[in-house]
Design a binder for this molecule. Structure first.
Ligand SMILES: [Zn+2]
Ligand SMILES: [Zn+2]
Ligand SMILES: [Zn+2]
Length: 319
């Protein structure tokens, strides 16, 4: 499946932003950065091909703000240092002049040494301050990148047993299975068919794309996004019979066939009227109601087996 921008993992998105920034920094002239900092121009739209999503733009504008803060701080520091050095120079040149008038070479030498020492101090303070800022930023960047950026994901939940699909649920980074259950409960309640209980067989399976057999999510307590990395539009299939207030409508085994939960033996039936074997119990009770049916075999199905669809099943998916 070709990766679109939306399908990139959070880490990849972050990496891309960092690559973009590094690229920018490398190629950027001083004027470009000055313009960026002072004018607040769009950092990325200048003269090259990288397109930036709104998400990246948001992150970049935050970083831009930090860069500006840093530049402002350094500028102030440089100005302060320069002003103090100038004041010092003026003060000492007047003192030295006085010593000269008094013909005191010893005092003159002492003043010059003192002036140079204080001048040196100001230089050291400036350098040390810059080092501290550098370390602070380094620490900040580390803290910023270690926990990774995890974004919410839009997902769907399907409940095959109830023939229901709950679309566009926003899954947040801390959300667990409890969140999915809550969504199912809320949805079913709104349908007037409240969930009575979630049983052991009611496992959510994460299915991503066609032909994905799915991953069962068995741990109730781990954050889903971080551990299972569902892509946008991922489907969470609620396995098994869901106990709800209304009696579940009869559904052909073809629809119910579990791909993940343990498969148990089921009864198969024969219909004389339709001349079909391998009919599931649900079909016998609805599609073949009133027909001449007999028990055929008890069998553990290895696939979604029911032959009712050969004569227009009413409760199957007819695939
Ligand atoms: Zn059937
Ligand atoms: Zn029949
Ligand atoms: Zn049927």
């Amino acid at each position: 499946m070709p990766a679109t921008q939306q399908q990139l993992s959070p880490n990849k998105q972050f990496d891309r932003v960092m690559t973009t920034i590094i690229h920018e920094k490398e190629k950027a002239s001083k004027e470009y950065f000055d313009r960026l900092i002072n004018g607040g121009i769009n950092p990325i739209q200048s003269n090259h091909q990288i397109t930036v999503s709104p998400i990246e733009q948001t992150i970049l504008s935050h970083i831009q703000k930090h860069i500006k803060n840093y530049h402002d701080y350094q500028k102030k520091l440089d100005e302060n240092t320069a002003v103090r050095k100038q004041q010092m120079k003026e003060k000492y040149s007047s003192l030295i002049k006085t010593a000269q008038t008094k013909k005191d070479p010893k005092e003159k030498r002492r003043l010059k040494a003192e002036r140079d020492e204080k001048n040196g101090e100001l230089t050291i303070i400036r350098e040390q301050t810059l080092k501290i800022i550098e370390k602070t930023i380094e620490k900040y960047m580390k803290d910023f990148s270690i926990p990774n950026l995890i974004f919410p994901v839009i997902i769907h939940i399907s409940i095959p047993h109830k023939n229901e699909l709950i679309k566009y649920i926003q899954l947040e980074p801390p959300d667990t299975i409890a969140t999915l259950r809550k969504e199912v409960s809320r949805y079913m309640e709104a349908k007037g068919d409240s969930v009575l209980s979630f049983e052991k067989v009611n496992i959510f399976a994460l299915v991503q794309g066609e032909g994905d057999p799915g991953i069962p999510i068995t741990d109730d307590n781990i954050p889903i996004i971080e551990h299972y990395n569902p892509g946008p539009g991922a489907l969470f299939v609620l396995q098994g019979h869901l106990k709800c207030a209304k009696e579940a409508p009869k559904i052909c085994y073809k629809v119910l066939h579990p791909t993940l939960e343990p498969i148990v033996p089921i009864d198969y039936w024969t219909c004389k009227n339709c001349t079909l074997n391998w009919l599931c119990g649900a079909c016998v009770e609805s599609c073949h109601k009133g027909h001449d049916v007999n028990h055929f075999i008890k069998q553990t199905p290895t696939w979604a087996c029911c032959y009712c669809q050969k004569k227009k099943c009413l409760i199957g998916n007819n695939k």
